[in-house]
Design a protein around this ligand. Structure first.
Ligand code: NAP
Length: 318
C-alpha cells in the first residue's frame, strides 16, 4: 500500500466523543490540511472552536461539506437521514463519504441511496469509545490499538477504500474490512447485548423496593459498578443502535435467554458442575482477550487513575 496523502478538507458532521477524537488525531498526525465540523447546538460549535480542534464550525452541514474531499458522519444514527438530505447536493465529486455509526446494515440501506454516484461511500465503525459524550470527551489516543471496521459497498472502487484504510491506520487503528450484516451480528453479541444487559440490570436494581438507591450506590464495589459504567452510555446513541440493529440483537437475545434459562435450572437443581464448567470456559475467554491486547490484566478497583474528564484510554473500556 502506498503512502497516505492527507485530505485537503476533512468535514466531521457531529463533533462529540468520536468526531472530536478524529479531529484531534487528524490534526496531530497531519491527516488533513483543514478540519471543519457541523453541529446542531451553538454550545457544541463554540466548544469545538475554543478547543482548537476545528477551524470552522457550521450549523448547516451543507456548508461544512462544501469542497471537502473526506466527509465523516459522526452523529447518532437517527440523525443520518436528515443530515444526508442536507449534504447530498453539496458533496464534492470524487469525495469519500464515511461514517462512524455503531450499526452498519442500516447505514448501507438508508444512506446508500442518497449518495451521489460520483461520491465514494464507505461506511465505517471505529470500535472504540467511552461512556462520555461531547467535544470535550474526545482524545487523540482513543483509536490506538483498537479495531476500525469498514463495510464498503460491493462494487466500490479500491483506491478510495485503500486511502480510508490508511487514514484509520495512521489514526492508530487496526483496520478490518467486512460485510455490513456480518458486522452487525458480531457487534450485537460483543457490544450491543452487553449494553442491553447493563441497562437492564441497573434498571432492575433501581426498581427493587427492597434495595434502596442508597444501598445500590453504597455497595457498588462489586460487579454491579462495572454495569453502571456501561449503563451510563449516551441514551440517544444507544436507543438508535437498538432500533437499527433490531434483528441481530433479537437473535442474540434469544440465544442469551436460552442459555440463561439453563443457568437458572442449574442453580435450582444444585448442578454445580454445569456452573463450574461454564465459569471455567468464560475465564479462558477473558485470558484470550488480554493475550490479544484488547485489555490489561491489572485488577480494576475503581480506576483511580481516571481523570475527572474521563480521558483515560484503557484498552477494552467501551
Ligand atoms: P456524542 O458525543 O453525543 O456527539 C454527537 C454529535 O452529533 C454532537 O456533536 C451533536 O451535536 C451531533 N448531532 C446530534 N444530533 C444531530 C443532528 N440531528 N444533526 C446534526 N448533528 C447532530 O456522540 P458520539 O459518542 O461521538 O457518537 C457519535 C456516533 O459514533 C454514533 O453514531 C455512535 O453510534 C458512534 N460510535 C460511538 C461510540 C461511543 O462509544 N460513544 C463508539 C463507536 C461509534 P450537538 O452537540 O450540537 O447536539
Amino acid at each position: 500500500m502506498t503512502e497516505f496523502t492527507p485530505f485537503r478538507r476533512l468535514a466531521l458532521i457531529g463533533i462529540g466523543l468520536i468526531g472530536s477524537s478524529i479531529a484531534r488525531i487528524a490534526a496531530r498526525e497531519g491527516l488533513a490540511e483543514t478540519i471543519v465540523c457541523a453541529a446542531r447546538r451553538e454550545e457544541t460549535r463554540t466548544k469545538a472552536l475554543q478547543l482548537g480542534i476545528v477551524s470552522e464550525a457550521h450549523l448547516d452541514p451543507a456548508e461544512a461539506v462544501k469542497g471537502a474531499d473526506c466527509v465523516i458522519l459522526c452523529t447518532p444514527l437517527g440523525a443520518y437521514a436528515e443530515v444526508m438530505q442536507r449534504v447530498a447536493p453539496h458533496l464534492q465529486a470524487g469525495a469519500i463519504l464515511s461514517d462512524v455509526g455503531s450499526v452498519k446494515a442500516c447505514v448501507v440501506r438508508d444512506v446508500g441511496p442518497l449518495v451521489p454516484e460520483d461520491v465514494h461511500f464507505i461506511p465505517g465503525h471505529p470500535v472504540a469509545g467511552t461512556e462520555h459524550s461531547g467535544p470535550e470527551a474526545g482524545f487523540a489516543e482513543l483509536f490506538k490499538g483498537r479495531w476500525c471496521i469498514l463495510t464498503p459497498i460491493p462494487g466500490g472502487e479500491q483506491a478510495p477504500l485503500d486511502r480510508l484504510i490508511r487514514f484509520w491506520t495512521k489514526a492508530g487503528s487496526k483496520v478490518e474490512v467486512m460485510e455490513a450484516r456480518h458486522h452487525d451480528l458480531v457487534l450485537a453479541i460483543t457490544s450491543h447485548l452487553p449494553h442491553l444487559i447493563a441497562y437492564n440490570i441497573v434498571g432492575t436494581a433501581d426498581d427493587l423496593a427492597t434495595v434502596t438507591k442508597g444501598e445500590v450506590i453504597h455497595y457498588s464495589a462489586g460487579g454491579f459498578r462495572d454495569f453502571t459504567r456501561i449503563a451510563a452510555s449516551d441514551p440517544t446513541m444507544w436507543r438508535d443502535i437498538f432500533l437499527n440493529n433490531r434483528e441481530a440483537v433479537l437473535e442474540m437475545l434469544g440465544r442469551f435467554s436460552e442459555d440463561l434459562a439453563l443457568l437458572q435450572r442449574a442453580i435450582r437443581w444444585g448442578d454445580g458442575e454445569t456452573l463450574f464448567n461454564l465459569f471455567t470456559r468464560t475465564r479462558a475467554i477473558r485470558r484470550a482477550i488480554i493475550d490479544e491486547g484488547q485489555d490489561i490484566a491489572a485488577p480494576d478497583f475503581g480506576r483511580q487513575a481516571t481523570p475527572k474528564n474521563g480521558k483515560a484510554n484503557e484498552p477494552g473500556k467501551k
